[in-house]
Design a protein around this ligand. Structure first.
Ligand code: SF4
Length: 577
């Protein structure tokens, strides 16, 4: 029997662990089928994916269904129903686990849906299909024994109750897995489940966690670190929910990464953890703060600073500890910090969200993600949606449209705020100028991003030079902002954010002294002798003396992704010429 497992990723750079877990489990259970895995991405044309699927001439086709790919899978299913009428289709994943009857009623070409964790039911289903194909016996007897499986019996759809898994899944990492990674982000799972039960999330529905074998995890960390991938993401839902394991994994990674004689982890590889920032103890913070710069990235979900909101979504966060831990980690400057906020949670109106936003912003993360509440199938909030008065999109990603606290119009403002936040703050391209504008104008960060967002609109496709000009013009008019100083800071930002050394037209000032600066840098550092640009520079006019900002393109900051900029006195720099 030929089986294809298709996992459609949201970007090329992503890879998926799910299908590899399924294949490993099926083979370990004794399946004899030839199992192929394909991982296209949603940016490809459905026809292209369809042709690939047809070419496999598979007997069974399994899709891993997530919020980012379910729309594409729905399209493909309709096509498959016509073009591959005899193929058996299996669906699994969070987008079908909580509404299998609805899906199987809508798509009559779907033969099976696996609800919940898929490894064991998928293996048992393949064994049952293999056996029935071989013997010609009816498969129904076997199907009713498979926990979490939905299947058809005549015109009926039968759903067996799912069973809680207690075992560790088979190891998904094989030579075949590593061969297809091609340097994309690699994923590792050392625990499954979450001890918390946030009302918008599915990960903590059962409120318990299974921790996997630590020694096996360490071996896999080394394999992945040497696979060519530069980023290894732990998919553990709350990586630091077990303090001692957390420290052991962090110590292990640090030891392997700093072993100069025989490094188990090559330089430049970075490990990403999703954490509860209030769960760290001082020892773990000290440990993280001793790590090499850029070895770790943390993603901390804050969601809101409003106590009533947090209570309503069943999140029990120690806000004071969370803030103090993030401040301590940020102060060391060793790692990229990503903080998540969610707009649209219960009892959080625009004003309250603005205060949550400001508190998160001043913690100084490299990335502040302004997400919008999604009413996921199976989540407590979706079940409460009507009672709470939510209006939300019925199509994926099921984003809220309005609720009693945020109107549709206010949500649009938040979208504009998000766009401005992404381009100005999260891009890291305006670090100096943005900090100056906020300080000089005295504007609250939330007010600034909303106001500028309204002015700029949704900026997809707007080139950086044009966007820089919009920001410059808008911010220069704010009370307290000195236009010349802002121009100079923008020059430093632009020189530092990429290694082209070029400035946008709005910041360029014709000045014959540029030639002298180039000669001085050339003499000092071999500016033009290298095949690539080593330095970028710009003249700064706002101070009492003429200065030169020089960006050094030999050293990129692994945390911010920017290049360092040093300021020289023009006269001193060019004195020897
Ligand atoms: S949001 Fe995070 S902490 Fe809450 S249940 Fe989901 S994974 Fe767990």
């Amino acid at each position: 029997m030929k089986v294809v497992i298709c996992s459609i990723n949201s970007k090329y750079i992503h890879s998926s662990l799910g299908p590899w877990y399924l294949k490993a489990a099926a083979l370990e259970a004794g399946a004899k089928s030839e199992i192929e895995i394909i991982e296209p991405n949603i940016n490809l044309k459905p026809d292209y994916i369809m042709d690939k699927l047809i070419n496999f001439k598979a007997d069974v086709l399994a899709f891993s269904c997530h919020i980012w790919n379910i729309a594409m899978i729905r399209l493909l299913l309709k096509e498959i129903g016509q073009r591959l009428p005899d193929i058996r289709i299996v669906l699994g994943g969070p987008e079908v686990s909580y509404n299998p009857l609805e899906i199987m009623s809508e798509f009559d070409m779907v033969d099976y849906i696996i609800c919940g964790e898929g490894e064991e039911p998928f293996s048992r289903l393949l064994l049952a299909l293999e056996s029935s194909d071989c013997s010609g016996d009816s498969i129904e007897g076997s199907l009713k024994e498979i926990k979490g499986l939905c299947y058809r019996q005549g015109a009926d759809i039968i759903c067996n109750p799912a069973e809680e898994c207690t075992s560790e899944p088979s190891n998904p990492y094989t030579e075949e897995y590593f061969n297809q990674l091609e340097g994309r982000i690699a994923y590792i799972e050392t625990s499954r489940g979450c001890p918390f039960s946030c009302a918008f999330c599915l990960s903590g529905r059962k409120g318990n966690v299974r921790f996997f074998d630590l020694e096996k995890a360490k071996k896999n960390i080394l394999y992945l670190a040497n696979s060519g991938s530069k980023t290894i993401k732990f998919v553990d839902r709350t990586f630091n929910c077990h303090k001692e394991r957390t420290k052991e994994i962090i110590r292990f990674i640090m030891k392997e990464a700093t072993n100069k004689a025989n490094p188990g982890i090559p330089a430049g590889v970075c490990f990403h953890f999703e954490v509860g920032a209030d769960l760290f103890d001082q020892e773990t913070i000290d440990l993280l703060n001793q790590a090499p710069v850029g070895l770790f990235q943390l993603e901390a979900g804050l969601q809101s600073f409003n106590g009533r909101t947090l209570e309503a979504i069943d999140r029990h966060t120690d806000l004071a500890k969370l803030k103090s831990n993030i401040i301590k980690l940020q102060a060391a400057g060793k790692m990229h910090m990503h903080i998540d906020l969610i707009a649209g949670l219960p009892y959080e109106d625009l004003d309250s969200f603005g205060h949550s936003f400001d508190q998160a912003y001043i913690l100084g993360p490299q990335m502040l993600q302004l997400g919008f509440l999604k009413m996921l199938h199976g989540s407590k909030l979706r079940r409460q949606a009507e009672e709470l008065g939510y209006v939300y999109c019925q199509e994926p990603p099921y984003e809220f449209i309005s609720n009693p606290w945020i109107s549709k119009e206010e949500k649009e403002i938040l979208k504009l705020c998000e766009d401005a936040l992404e381009r100005l703050a999260n891009s890291g391209r305006f670090a100096r100028s943005l900090a100056y504008v906020l300080e000089a104008s005295g504007m609250r960060p939330f007010t600034f991003f909303c106001e500028f967002g309204k002015k700029a609109g949704i900026s997809v496709g707007v080139p950086l030079d044009e966007y820089t000009e919009w920001f410059y013009e808008y911010a220069a008019d704010l009370p307290g902002v000195n236009k010349e100083k802002l121009r100079d800071l923008l020059v430093c930002d632009r020189l530092s954010c990429d290694n082209t050394g070029s400035l946008p037209p709005c910041l360029k000032i014709e000045d014959s002294r540029h030639k002298l600066v180039a000669r001085a840098l050339n003499k000092k550092n071999g500016y033009k002798k290298q095949p690539y640009r080593l330095f970028g520079f710009g003249l700064l006019y706002c101070g009492p003396v003429l200065e030169v900002a020089v960006a050094d393109y030999r050293h990129k900051d692994p945390v911010t992704g920017c290049y360092p900029v040093e300021i020289f006195n023009y006269d001193e720099l060019t004195a020897d010429l």
